[in-house]
Write a protein that binds this ligand. Structure first.
Ligand code: NAD
Ligand code: ZN
Length: 350
C-alpha cells in the first residue's frame, strides 16, 4: 500500500510503499476513500506545540514515534476483516473513530476513550489514513455511513466531533450570547452545530473576511474581524453591554484567549479547544469575582460521533469540503492549510 508519512519533525512527507497489514481477530482493513486534513496534522508535522516563553512541547515526549502516517479523519470501505469481526461485511462504507484508548483507565471504562491516560489515537500514535489502506484495531471503532456522503463524513471524526463536544460544554449555562473564535475547519462546524443545538445568538470571530462570510451563511448572527482593535468592545456591545455568556476558542493563542476572557460576562464559561498555544497571564481576582469557568475540550467520544452522523444524515449539519488532494500532494495540502488557504475542510483522496 502507498502511505504519505512524516519522516520526522519539519521534514517533507514522503510517499512510501508499505506492506498492507493482514487483519487479525477483531481488526479491520479499511480502503481509504477520503481523509480530512486537520490543523493537528500540522502540529504533528511541526513536532509539537508552542508552550509560550520560547518553550516547546515535543510530540515525541507524548509518545509519538516517527516515521508516522498522519490522518485521523478517515472514511473508506471495509476491505478485509479478522476472524472475530461481526456486524460488518466487505464493501461497507464506514467512518473510523480514531481516538482510541487503552480500554482500562477510568476514562475508557466510561466510554471516553478520547480522554485516555495512554492514548493510541490513529494518525498520531499509530499510523492513520494518509494511505491507501488503514488498519483499524477493532471493529467497534467503525460506524456505517448509511447514506452520508463519504467526504462530508470525514469531518465528523475530528473537526465536527470536537466542535460538538465543545459546543455542548458551552451550552450548559444556556447562553444568550455565544462567541466562537476561529472560523476554520473546527470553528465553522462549531457555528453550524451551535445554530442547530443551542438557542444562543452566535458571534463569530476570525481574521479572514471570507471565512466570516461563510460563518454567517452557516448560522452566525454576528461576525467580527479581530484585526479591528475595538473587537472586544464591539462584542460586548452586541451582548447588551454585559458580555458573552460563553466563548469557545478554536484558536487558543494568547490574543484569542485574552479576547475570550475580556468579553466574558459574570458567570461566563470559556471553553478552550485550539492548540495554537502560547501562554497567558491571568488576573486571578477576576475569576472568582466574576465566577468564571475555564475548561478544555479534547475531541469527543464514539457515541458523540454516532450522534453527529445522525445529525448529518438528517441534513441538520452539512460539513463543508472545499479542496481535494491526491496522496502525492499531501505536502501541498498541509502547506495550504498553514497558509490559511483552505475554507472549511480539505480532504486527501488516496
Ligand atoms: P484551521 O487552520 O482550519 O482554522 C484556524 C482558523 O483560525 C482560521 O480560520 C484562521 O483564520 C483563524 N485564526 C488563526 N489565528 C487567529 C487569531 N489570532 N484570531 C482569530 N482567528 C484566528 O484549523 P482547525 O483544523 O480548525 O484547528 C484549529 C485548532 O484546533 C488547531 O490548533 C488544531 O490542532 C486544534 N484541534 C484541537 C482539537 C481538540 O480536540 N482540542 C481537535 C482538533 C483540532
Ligand atoms: Zn483533527
Amino acid at each position: 500500500m502507498k502511505s504519505a508519512r512524516i519522516p520526522g519533525p519539519n521534514k517533507p512527507l514522503v510517499v512510501v510503499d508499505l506492506e498492507t497489514p493482514k487483519p487479525q481477530d477483531n481488526q479491520v482493513i479499511v480502503k481509504v476513500k477520503a481523509v480530512g486534513v486537520c490543523h493537528s496534522d500540522l502540529h504533528l508535522w511541526e513536532g509539537g506545540y508552542d508552550l509560550g516563553d520560547g518553550q516547546f512541547m515535543k510530540v515525541t515526549d507524548r509518545g509519538v514515534k516517527y516515521p508516522v502516517t498522519p490522518g485521523h479523519e478517515i472514511v473508506g470501505v471495509v476491505e478485509e476483516m479478522g476472524n472475530s469481526v461481526k456486524d460488518y461485511s466487505k464493501g461497507d462504507e464506514v467512518l473510523v473513530y480514531p481516538w482510541i484508548g487503552c480500554g482500562e483507565c477510568p476514562a475508557c471504562k466510561v466510554g471516553n476513550e478520547n480522554l485516555c491516560d495512554t492514548p493510541k489515537s490513529l494518525g498520531v500514535f499509530q499510523d492513520g489514513g494518509y494511505s491507501d489502506f488503514a488498519l483499524v484495531p477493532h471493529y467497534k471503532y467503525l460506524a456505517k455511513l448509511s447514506g452520508v456522503d463519504p467526504e462530508s463524513a470525514t469531518s465528523l471524526a475530528c473537526s465536527g466531533l470536537t466542535a460538538y463536544n465543545a459546543i455542548k460544554k458551552s451550552n450548559v449555562n444556556s447562553p444568550e450570547y455565544l462567541v466562537i473564535i476561529g472560523a476554520g475547519g473546527l470553528g465553522l462546524m462549531g457555528v453550524q452545530i451551535a445554530h442547530a443545538i443551542t438557542n444562543a445568538k452566535i458571534i463569530c470571530v476570525d481574521l479572514d473576511d471570507e471565512k466570516l462570510k461563510t460563518a454567517k451563511e452557516m448560522g452566525a448572527d454576528y461576525v467580527v474581524n479581530s484585526k479591528d482593535p475595538e473587537t472586544s468592545q464591539k462584542i460586548i456591545s452586541i451582548c447588551n453591554d454585559k458580555g458573552a455568556d460563553s466563548v469557545v476558542d478554536f484558536v487558543n493563542a494568547p490574543p484569542t484567549a485574552k479576547l475570550g476572557i475580556s468579553v466574558l460576562r459574570k458567570r461566563g464559561n470559556l471553553v478552550l479547544v485550539g492548540l495554537f498555544g502560547g501562554s497567558l497571564e491571568l488576573s486571578l481576582v477576576t475569576i472568582p469575582l466574576k465566577s468564571i469557568t475555564i475548561q478544555g475540550a479534547y475531541t469527543g467520544n464514539y457515541n458523540d460521533m454516532v450522534e453527529l452522523l445522525d445529525l448529518t444524515r438528517k441534513g441538520t449539519i452539512n460539513p463543508i469540503i472545499t479542496k481535494r488532494y491526491t496522496l502525492s500532494e499531501a505536502n501541498t495540502a498541509l502547506e495550504d492549510l498553514k497558509a490559511r488557504k483552505i475554507l472549511g475542510r480539505a480532504v486527501i483522496n488516496p
